[in-house]
Design a protein. Structure first.
Length: 249
């Protein structure tokens, strides 16, 4: 995600975390021209630097990607069986007070099976669900119950953690990125015998670093799930990369 802000106000102070920095530096009397590191035409008498701020937080939601798969002699047979199992899964999740908006049909596929002579001899139906679990303390048990409700037809493709309430983390990461960039800009200005003036441009990229946790499963070998699936939420890194330009005075 990239945002760009142009302003003429003085920069605010912020606490920072040192990150990787790329700097563009141009001095002149206004009569020349130059090219910044990114290929853009920079303004005269400016210094442009990139700062990074990284803040970690604890995930507050888990996304479950699961579904059911059925085979049948005809489409209706396979589809009705899949519909029935999906209904059982939703009923099993009812006791976890999951909001209806947090359960979404993610996939529906119907594929024929062919004999060697090319004749269709049956159909395979897969129905997928994406479920957002907000109570992480009960997420493992919810997954086990949902898998048991789907029985042998259950397929679990994976789970992933995320931070939905990330506003404070982003603010802290921006503070860190700005302070990182400003410290570098001040150093370059000092080396050039100049000082920093107003901020002339700010742009940022944000990223979330936290790998999804694979949890692929075919319940045919274990149709009756017992206990709770062990889950570890760990932490997720929120990173902001800011590119900021200052006037040199």
């Amino acid at each position: 995600m990239k945002r760009t802000l142009r302003q003429a106000a003085a920069p605010v102070a912020a606490a920072g975390i040192v990150g990787a920095v790329v700097a563009g530096f141009l001095l002149g009397n206004g009569s020349g021209s130059g090219v910044a590191a990114d290929g853009a035409e920079p303004a005269q008498n400016t210094v442009s630097v990139a700062g990074t701020g990284k803040v970690s937080g604890i995930p507050d939601v888990l996304r479950l990607d699961m579904g059911v798969q059925h085979n049948g002699n005809d489409v209706n047979e396979a589809l009705n069986a899949a519909n029935s199992d999906v209904a059982k899964i939703k009923k099993a999740l009812d006791k976890y007070d999951i909001d209806s908006k947090d359960i979404q049909t993610s996939q529906l596929s119907i594929n024929p099976h062919y004999e060697n002579n090319g004749k269709i001899n049956g159909y395979e139906v897969f129905q997928g669900l994406t479920v957002k679990l907000r109570d992480l303390s009960k997420a493992g048990k919810a997954i086990s119950d949902a898998a048991a409700a789907g029985g042998n037809a259950t397929r679990i493709n994976g789970v992933s953690f995320d931070i939905e309430d990330n506003a404070k983390l982003l603010q802290a990461a921006r503070d860190a990125a700005f302070a990182d960039a400003k410290a570098k800009a001040e150093q370059y200005a000092k080396l050039a015998g100049r000082g920093l003036g107003n901020v002339t441009q700010i742009s940022e990229d944000t990223s979330y670093e936290g790998a999804p946790m694979p949890y692929a499963a075919d319940m045919a070998a274990a149709p009756k799930a017992e206990g709770s699936v062990p889950l570890e939420a760990g932490s997720q890194l929120v990173s902001v990369n800011s590119s900021i330009s200052w006037e040199l005075v």
